[in-house]
Design a protein around this ligand. Sequence first.
Ligand SMILES: Cc1cc2nc3c(=O)[nH]c(=O)nc-3n(C[C@H](O)[C@H](O)[C@H](O)COP(=O)(O)OP(=O)(O)OC[C@H]3O[C@@H](n4cnc5c(N)ncnc54)[C@H](O)[C@@H]3O)c2cc1C
Length: 288
Amino acid sequence: MNLRGAPDVKCDGIPQEPECAATLPAGGEEAAWDRWEHFAGDALGRYKEERNNPDRDGCSMLSPYLRFGVLHPRQLLAELRPDPNHDHYRSELGWREFYADVLHHQPRTTWENLQLKMNAMPVDTDARAKQRFAAWCEGKTGYPIVDAGMRQMLATGWMHNRVRMIVASFLVKDLHLPWQWGAKFFMQHLVDGDIASNNHGWQWTAGTGTDAAPYFRIFNPAMQAEKFDPNGTYVRTWLPELASVPDKFVHVPSESPSGVPSSYVAPIVDHGEERDEALRRYKLVTGK
Ligand SMILES: Cc1cc2nc3c(=O)[nH]c(=O)nc-3n(C[C@H](O)[C@H](O)[C@H](O)COP(=O)(O)OP(=O)(O)OC[C@H]3O[C@@H](n4cnc5c(N)ncnc54)[C@H](O)[C@@H]3O)c2cc1C
């Protein structure tokens, strides 16, 4: 039908709902405030201590609502009191604003290293690198905390902050892949995907950004997991293959006397060797 005065524009029709296999959080402002009430009534009082534990309900999970402007950060600031846990929550909201500001002033850093000296860092992009990337994307690296994080994101569109840091570190420092590959995959799957927080979160981990974690500080995935998911509750939630692995080996099933369960995968790389390789590459760039 041609409406009077409307330009004759070719149109393919209304697009179908995109396919989405993930179970996403409820949309809308009411759902956002319900989540806030749940968090503020309980976990906010322990936020400083428990925000790093993916096995607890210890953070607000409000990122999708902030991302889409369902809530404004000022509305949350108005709910906070002078208190160490509230102060910590306030500072996390500050990181979001900080990264938005950095990107506003330096838009080139969306996909380029903020620290130009890190452009000299050798990264792998060959066929083996692509295979390793595919294993990382599917949550099949053989490192349970990494795989659990990736499966959580594929299933729900969200991943715990501590685990985001661990999976990102693994991609950059254990697999030696460009951080941009991981950042792009995150943007395709996160329901809170935000180009500033995401790409600068990646640059922080990769040691290429603002106030970056020094490149030589390399996360050991098993030690991170033992510290922040001591009983393996989180990894078992997302990796049912590990249900019968004893607690002691749940983060290192390859060391279990009964070996890696046949439904799971052996580690695709050796963390110790790749750590040395990452440090060797860092030395090439900095001479240190
Ligand atoms: C590699 C990597 C990628 C990330 N990608 C995103 C992304 O795409 N979108 C996104 O919103 N956050 C991202 N983050 C930051 C952080 O992981 C999430 O904001 C947080 O996990 C969201 O969960 P939450 O709402 O329970 O956080 P809470 O701990 O409850 O924090 C409250 C709010 O503060 C903000 N916030 C907390 N930590 C950070 C942080 N490190 N950087 C920026 N803002 C923060 C978020 O808006 C968050 O909702 C990323 C972090 C890393 C390391």
